[in-house]
Design a protein around this ligand. Sequence first.
Ligand SMILES: [Zn+2]
Length: 229
Amino acid sequence: MTAGLGLCAILTTVEGSSAQVIRGGTPSCQTVALTFDLCPVRQGTGYDADLIDYLIEHRIPATFFPSGRWIDKHDPEMKKLLSVPFFEMGTHGQVHAHLATLDEEAQRAEIITAVDRVKTRYGLTAPLFRPPYGEFNDATVEIVRKLGLQFILWNVVSGDPDPSLPTERMLTHLTASTRGGGMIVFHANGKGKHTREVVETLTQEFFPKQGLKPVTVTKLLACVPQAKP
Ligand SMILES: [Zn+2]
């Protein structure tokens, strides 16, 4: 990870972490996944309407990872996201806890509570799970496996919650780092001051030029590369 691009997404490297931790798709598929975390916020709306409206207007597939606490405060926004057929919904913990600091029972509760929330409230089965802050340990990986969820991380960090990170620097990093099979982490909770601008440039200029197609995480992972004749 490039220094200064972390913040909300601080990756903890875990010795011996399992291959079950998914960071991206197959490079030769020429597809990329735009992923947006919906971490709880103390101030502001917690919802980047400009960004979401842009994605909807341009029919850009995207995957969202709402935390349970965010869901509790954003029922109309959840319903709107769920109404978009090319959006996909995972979960991101209940209270956005630092999982690696918790014992196994507390980790399990943090993970499953948000999954149960979307099931009971919206009738949605959401098997994609992204750990808050990208932090986890071996116990987390095992709990996620036992719950039948998919452990989704990323292989490209946008750095979008950093208010001091200019659009140009973000784009320089993203265009240098994103290839086929790319899974980029952004935020859609309003913390990313330049997220919409960056996503707009990627989807209108960089992806078309590179022949990359945005898809949901599930589609990214389902892609099987065609054998060359
Ligand atoms: Zn988060």
